[in-house]
Design a binder for this molecule. Sequence first.
Ligand code: GLU
Length: 554
Amino acid sequence: MNKFDLLANVIFPDIHETIDDLEKRYPQRPLKENAEVTRFAPSPTGFLHLGSLFTSMVAKKVAKDSDGVFYIRLEDTDTKREISGSGEDLLKQLNHFNVTPDEGYLGDHEEGNYGPYKQSDRANIYKIVIKQLIKEGRAYPCFCSSDELEEIRKIQEANKEIPGYYGKYAKYRDYDIDKAIERIKNNEPYVIRFKSMGDHNNKVTFKDEIRGEISIAENDLDIVILKGDGLPTYHFAHACDDHFMRTTTVIRGEEWISSTPIHLELFETLHFPLPKYAHLPVIMKLDNGNRRKLSKRKDPEASVAHFIEVGFPVEALQVYLMSIANSNFEEWTAENKSFNIDEFKFSFNKMSLDGVLFDQDKLNYFSKELIAKFSAEDLYNRVLEWSKKYNTTLYEHIFDKKDYVIDILNIERGGEKARKDYCCYNDIYPLIRFFFNDQYEQIISGQLPFNENISKEVIKEVLLDFASSNDYSLGNDVWFNSVKQLSIRHQFAENNKMFKANRDAYLGHSGDVAEMIRIALTGSKQSPNLYFVIQILGKDEVNRRINEIVEKLA
Ligand code: GLU
């Protein structure tokens, strides 16, 4: 037996399968030509970042557009940074945004023939591959302590050299195998490193689906592929998993471009065909005129949980992220009068190369457009579901008043001139709370914003006249005429123009009268369309409120 075989057997005595066995266990997927297999590979180290939602959405879209497969793999090899339960949370959030996988890690279980989909459950697979690399002399044990590595780093820093474990600094690269075996048998701690054949002075070129050809220095680092805890590092797991899960396009953030030479060398050494790569731009923020990455610490919008909490409809985020993904998407929505991203043909060519700026105004715009298009019943159901968790005051006011709330939400909904008041569910309550009596009482207990140029006496007279004369059978188109008549009866001009032409003859105009009624019924100068407010409150409640205000003005 040669020495490499001996070393491999000492390190992995229980591993008997080979890469060929894995090739058979995970055969090529029976998909049509050009079908893309893509994946989202989050680490369970915290919340779902907006950039990750973006990546996962693009990955799913690419698979779906080509009748391919989109799967989720949980990259949980960094046990030190792992936050318990965050894998399940990520899945819930992805589900919330309809980024549902065809197979893979699904939180409490997995589905699919290419698993396990959780890296910590794949240790055996990595060992099979590494055993073979050791036998071929392309991986070796390294016994460096962290102090030794720190020492190397300091020397490199002092010599202004590239940091890392390579060349003459790769102390165990050509270490005597007998000695290595002895140290392993003595239970000394070690990691396994890949033996690179690269040269930093050479360039490698690879094609990025978004950026075209990228030319970058070859890898010459002997990177760690298996840590002391028996789990692989990202680089090695990426090569093994994307190969055996038969990924066709690796879609990931642009921060991985600089490590791609490592991956190219790993794929080549393992004789795995290279997948396509698409490195997506990061989402940035403008901060005092400077672009910077969205920060977990400073920016609430870095976390998708924020958008769920304030109640952005799922579709608004999807549409917004698609507008970042493809520069022609907005034009497409206008031309096709559609916000259905499934109907849009996504293309890597239309993707911006630099970091894209997060644009809250644009998200708000899409969201308002979408919410305005929902039916009142759909909106009610969504708001009910959302408020149960995120706005219990609203929930308590609406859960048993479905018809009443649907009437409220229906005010000026639909049609060409639909109102676009709400950009998220959180906006709804402040605008409609006056419809609920307990809230109305609270609002009017404060200062009422009546026009100070009009005397209390006049306001009371107008309000009482309105209460006794309003005709609830009138339609919206003619009702305002009755307000004009009311105005005329109390020495207000029929309209603003007449008032302006002869200010001395009038106390104000019909707009002032409508404002009095509005304030009396809603406590505010702004409200949804007054005609509908009156119709929904109904005569009894309108008159009750008017009498209450008249008393208050006394
Ligand atoms: N686990 C890696 C990350 O969270 C995945 C990168 C990739 O998609 O390959 O950044």
